[in-house]
Design a protein around this ligand. Structure first.
Ligand code: MN
Length: 248
């Protein structure tokens, strides 16, 4: 049996083929898995569980089928969908895990994260993250009318695009690549802090399996890919792992 990991689908109404690919994947593979983990940015944006989006309803019903079949489904919030709440989780049949979370996969303790916590070179983003994860900020935000929240989300996406463009300014792609990827020292500190040798995350959209030596330990960091042009899935079983793409 296999445990499945996906992240960074960024689902919204603009890419129906990817939403469909996700539906097929969870119905075909999810139902026979040991568990399904979604490590954040399942949605391109999420302004509250009361937003009646078609994509949200479709995803909930697909995940619900998997959960109702007895397969546990877990979710870690991403930087786009950090406002996914307990109402939606109950509706879709998944459990929300903390970020980071330690799980034991076939006897191996493994650290799961969305991945944004590892990108500490992006100081402006980390400040935004701290602000928006504050329960008081969230309560205040969620108390606003839905239209105001949707407008805020559109504005935040525009600001994020401008921030990324600024990082690329003057053709400085090295700076962009550094700031938007994980900070190596933070990765090492995170392995050390949790005392484990495997982590799985998404967020950077740079699918890869990295190995690094920390003292006596050989550590593995698996990065999931995004679902922009195709799907990306990590399949883990008792024998190891396979990071693969899914064709749309
Ligand atoms: Mn992300």
């Amino acid at each position: 049996m296999t445990t499945l990991f996906i992240s960074d689908l960024h689902l919204d109404s603009s890419r129906p083929a990817i939403t469909e690919l996700f539906g097929q994947f969870v119905r075909r593979e999810g139902k026979s898995a040991d568990a399904l983990y979604v490590l954040g940015d399942l949605f391109e944006a999420w302004v509250g569980d009361d937003d009646p989006s078609e994509v949200g309803a479709y995803v909930a019903s697909a995940l619900r089928e998997v959960a109702d079949g007895g397969v546990p489904v877990y979710f870690i919030r991403g930087n786009r969908d950090f406002l996914v709440g307990q109402d939606y989780a109950a509706h879709a049949g998944f459990r929300i895990l903390s970020d980071p979370a330690v799980v034991v996969l076939y006897g191996k303790p493994t650290l799961l994260l969305h991945g944004d916590l590892l990108c500490t070179d992006d100081v402006a983003y980390q400040a935004f993250r701290t602000q928006t994860r504050n329960p008081d900020w969230q309560a205040q935000f969620l108390s606003q009318p839905l239209q105001a929240r949707l407008a805020f989300a559109a504005q935040a996406r525009a600001a994020s695009r401008a921030h990324q463009a600024k990082l690329r300014e003057g053709g400085n792609d090295v700076r962009f690549e550094t700031v938007t990827d994980v900070t190596p020292a933070t990765v090492e500190a995170t392995f050390a802090r949790f005392g484990i040798d495997t982590m799985i995350h998404g967020h950077t959209h740079r699918p890869a399996v990295h190995t690094l030596r920390l003292g006596e330990r050989e550590c593995t960091r698996i990065v999931l890919g995004d679902w922009y042009e195709q799907g990306s899935v990590l399949r883990v079983d008792a024998d190891g792992y396979r990071l693969e793409s899914l064709q749309a």
